[in-house]
Design a protein around this ligand. Structure first.
Ligand SMILES: O=C(O)CCC(=O)C(=O)O
Ligand SMILES: [Fe+2]
Length: 314
């Protein structure tokens, strides 16, 4: 009998899917488990079609919505700040975003809040025009901007945004904006397909608020593990997908792209497996006529600070 020859080419085959992970958990990159976001640029000017698409997909992926040059300007300003802190490898051109070996990049959104270039990209021009058209009225954006700079390491755990910003209208949308062209290995955002339709299954989670605590329980009994609720839906993106179904969807994002999604859409970050920094922001938009979550509004938003804590009997 002729033995079946096994060739060990999978890891070097250029067509092999990249090895992806979320918070250290390997993800199955086969077509039934992982896929690419559907682009909605074809309906970008049609508010009715955009709303239908949002209802259907739970997200709108809009390649090239923003002015690429304006996004690049923001990237450069942010990289200059990070280089000033000694985090960038100065043997490479700054624009490439290569980190100094071993650089530990802290999450410091407040450092970037007042960057004029960032505010211009997010709160004027094409972005605001898009939301006026999509929402059909005057738009209010949160004053707080989540600007993220991530080096090699774990991506954001799966969650829905409602648990962080659910004290106002539920018709609130997140815009996730990359400041750099990103390979999948560099840690872009993923959406869990059809997760926005899982409201009933996720009901208990979606009703939560990260800043609420139970006045009738001791501090170490607030959650079963005593660690407190940080907003994550799961520590394991792979088993979460198996339980909820659907595929993890992402993209090879380019500067100028925006990904918009609902408060009940499950999303997570891929791990950054490279030495290049992943820069992105998330910002929020709603109708000005609807109530807003007070934690994120004003000159100096209280965010998740002590003034945001809310005691409940539970
Ligand atoms: O960029 C990330 O890793 C997380 C972003 C996020 O959670 C969001 O855009 O709501
Ligand atoms: Fe989020």
């Amino acid at each position: 009998m002729i033995p079946i020859m096994r060739t060990e080419t999978a890891s070097t085959d250029a067509t092999a899917p990249p090895s992806l992970s979320c918070h250290g958990v390997p993800l199955d990159a086969s077509p039934g488990s992982f896929g690419f976001l559907r682009a909605s640029a074809d309906v970008a000017g049609d508010p009715g079609a955009l709303r239908e698409r949002m209802a259907e997909d739970g997200y709108l992926y809009l390649p090239g919505l923003l002015d690429r040059e304006a996004v690049r300007e923001t990237r450069m300003r942010a990289l200059e700040i990070l280089a000033g802190d000694g985090l960038m490898d100065d043997s490479y051109p700054l624009e490439g975003g290569v980190l100094r070996p071993g650089a530990d990049v802290p999450y410091r959104p407040r450092v970037f809040q007042k960057l004029p270039e960032l505010n211009q990209v997010l709160y004027s021009g094409a972005m605001m025009a898009f939301f006026r058209n999509f929402l059909g009225g005057e738009v209010l954006h949160f004053d707080y901007t989540w600007f993220r700079s991530k080096g090699r390491g774990p991506g954001t755990l799966p969650h829905c945004d409602i648990v962080y910003m659910g004290r106002g209208t539920r018709r609130l949308f997140t815009a996730w904006t990359p400041y750099g062209d990103l390979s999948l290995e560099q840690g872009g955002l993923m959406i869990l397909e059809n997760s926005h339709r899982q409201g009933q299954r996720l009901r208990r989670y979606l009703e939560r608020d990260v800043d609420a605590y139970c006045t009738n329980r001791p501090p170490n009994k607030q959650t079963p593990d005593g660690k407190g609720f940080d907003g994550a839906l799961s520590q394991n993106a792979a088993t979460l997908r198996e339980h909820l179904g659907g595929r993890w969807l992402s993209a090879e994002y380019r500067m100028g792209d925006v990904l918009i999604f609902t408060m009940g859409t499950v999303h997570a970050g891929l791990d950054n497996q490279t030495d290049r920094i992943r820069l992105s922001s998330d910002s929020r938009y709603q109708l000005a006529s609807e109530p807003a979550d007070e934690r994120w509004i004003g000159e100096n938003p209280i965010a998740h600070g002590p003034n945001a804590k809310k005691g409940l009997i539970c």
